[in-house]
Design a protein around this ligand. Structure first.
Ligand SMILES: NC(=O)c1ccc[n+]([C@@H]2O[C@H](COP(=O)([O-])OP(=O)(O)OC[C@H]3O[C@@H](n4cnc5c(N)ncnc54)[C@H](OP(=O)(O)O)[C@@H]3O)[C@@H](O)[C@H]2O)c1
Length: 415
């Protein structure tokens, strides 16, 4: 049995790859733009020591491919051979760049179409799972959204990311009607409830920044739906491998257990040894105006950060959470509360300057045993100059910006 997995070099995808092996999966076919063992090691060292990584590499087929290219840039013969070895598809890769419609269309929409086309050629496809987002619910205010009431084509979407993910869900349902399908919609995925280490810092920096302000333009009793990544992993892996899940769509979220801003910020202020900010929601309009002006100062670091915060603000102020009754019933438990582990997450992130201490893969790449298709698919795609750097593990392009919570952080990462 081989799972075809996209996005394994990213934050959530790395958890899924580790989780699949933990559940006894024999073989995983990993599609990655950079299919080198060194690139995968950057993501997987959060989960495995080097010996385990090398042992698992023998069971990973690394395929060099770009979602934005037809057949991922592979030849028809190569892809056909991969299809014959595949028994299920777990599509996690995406662009989370809310500022670039072009990138969201190319990676999310065209990329998902390519994955769907590939899935159609898999002779023995037992399951197609798609990692979507709770953001497909569009603009909401003061709601608890249930899975079947989330998609509303009349409703405005927050950004191109949410819009393209919504259309991906539609595409999969339309093009794979006869396939056993699962759609997972995580809310804000932030931290691991079982340990403080992380490779994704955008949101941790955001909260560190918020907790250091004198005032916040937020309502203290508004809730923010945050779910730990270990719960997301457990749910996706268990349900992807389950013969008969009760539903086709699952929110992976804190739901009614979501913390309020007062709880979140109090906890984080305490972790930083700072006074808790005042909540002045009437500052929302001037604050929004201010970050919009800052965002117009093109090219500067603060402008880039402000532009991202501008996009992210609606997600913070909508007081909307996502019902998690379905997944809680499947797993027999709800996710850990953010306040249970946020303190240690922030303390660890501060201690490490908002960077994961990276270890190089020892020994030469030729000693590894993974099957790679790097040459066949050509070099990784050139960086998108219009857009921001990818938000995968350790992809910080500006160490100063990543290392300090003193400016509004990059808010690419969210539902
Ligand atoms: N993080 C959250 O809070 C959150 C919340 C809700 C839903 N989600 C969903 O969870 C999934 C994973 O998110 P994440 O936070 O783990 O993101 P991430 O760390 O940015 O990882 C994105 C992954 O997609 C891959 N990718 C991007 N463009 C690609 C392309 N053209 N071809 C092939 N692969 C490509 C990246 O590969 P490279 O290493 O080559 O860049 C990386 O492996 C996404 O579908 C996202 O919508 C995330």
């Amino acid at each position: 049995m081989a799972v075809f997995l996209t996005g394994a070099t990213g934050y959530i995808g790395s958890y899924l790859l580790a989780g699949l092996f933990d559940r006894g999966i024999e073989r995983v076919i990993v599609l990655a733009r950079d299919p080198s063992p060194e690139r995968l090691w950057r993501a997987m060292q959060l989960h495995w020591d080097e010996a385990t990584f090398r042992e698992r590499l023998a069971r990973i087929e690394l395929v060099g491919g770009d979602l934005t290219r037809s057949r991922f840039g592979l030849s028809a013969i190569e892809l056909e051979a991969i299809a014959r070895r595949t028994t299920s598809v777990l599509h996690c890769a995406a662009s989370l760049n809310r500022k670039s419609e072009r990138q969201c269309l190319a990676v999310n929409l065209k990329g998902t179409l390519e994955v769907v086309r590939f899935a159609r050629t898999v002779p023995e496809l037992s399951r197609f799972s798609f990692v979507s987002t709770s953001a497909v619910a569009g603009e909401r205010q003061d709601e608890t959204v249930a899975e079947d009431r989330a998609i509303d084509w009349e409703r405005r979407d927050y950004d191109p990311y949410a819009r393209t993910k919504k259309f991906c869900e539609h595409l999969i349902a339309t093009e794979l009607p006869d396939v056993s399908r699962l759609v997972f919609r995580p809310s804000v995925v932030l931290g691991d409830s079982t340990r403080p280490e992380t490779t994704q810092f955008d949101m941790v920096q955001a909260f560190a920044y918020f907790a250091q302000r004198w005032t916040l333009p937020l309502r203290r009793h508004h809730r923010l739906d945050i779910v730990p990544v270990d719960y997301v992993r457990d749910a996706i892996v268990a349900l992807h491998l389950k013969d008969d899940p009760a539903h086709g769509i699952y929110h992976l979220s804190a739901g009614e257990g979501s913390a309020t801003f007062l709880e979140i910020v109090s906890n984080l202020s305490e972790a930083q040894g700072t006074a808790r900010p005042w909540f002045w929601p009437w500052l929302k309009a001037p604050f929004t105006w201010y970050i919009r002006q800052l965002a117009r100062a093109h090219g500067t670091k603060i402008a880039r950060s402000a532009a991202r915060l501008e996009v992210f603000m609606p997600y913070l102020t909508n007081n909307t959470v996502f019902d998690n009754t379905r997944v809680a019933a499947e797993l027999g438990r709800r996710p850990a509360a953010f306040s249970d582990y946020s303190h240690s997450l922030l303390a660890w992130s501060l201690e490490h300057g908002f960077r994961h201490p990276h270890r190089e893969l020892g020994g030469s790449p030729s000693q590894t045993t993974a099957t790679t298709h790097a040459e066949k698919a050509g070099p990784p795609a050139a960086p998108d100059t219009e857009s921001d750097a990818p938000s995968g593990p350790n992809t910080a392009t500006d160490p100063d910006e990543k290392a300090s919570p003193s400016v509004p952080p990059d808010a690419e990462t969210s539902p």
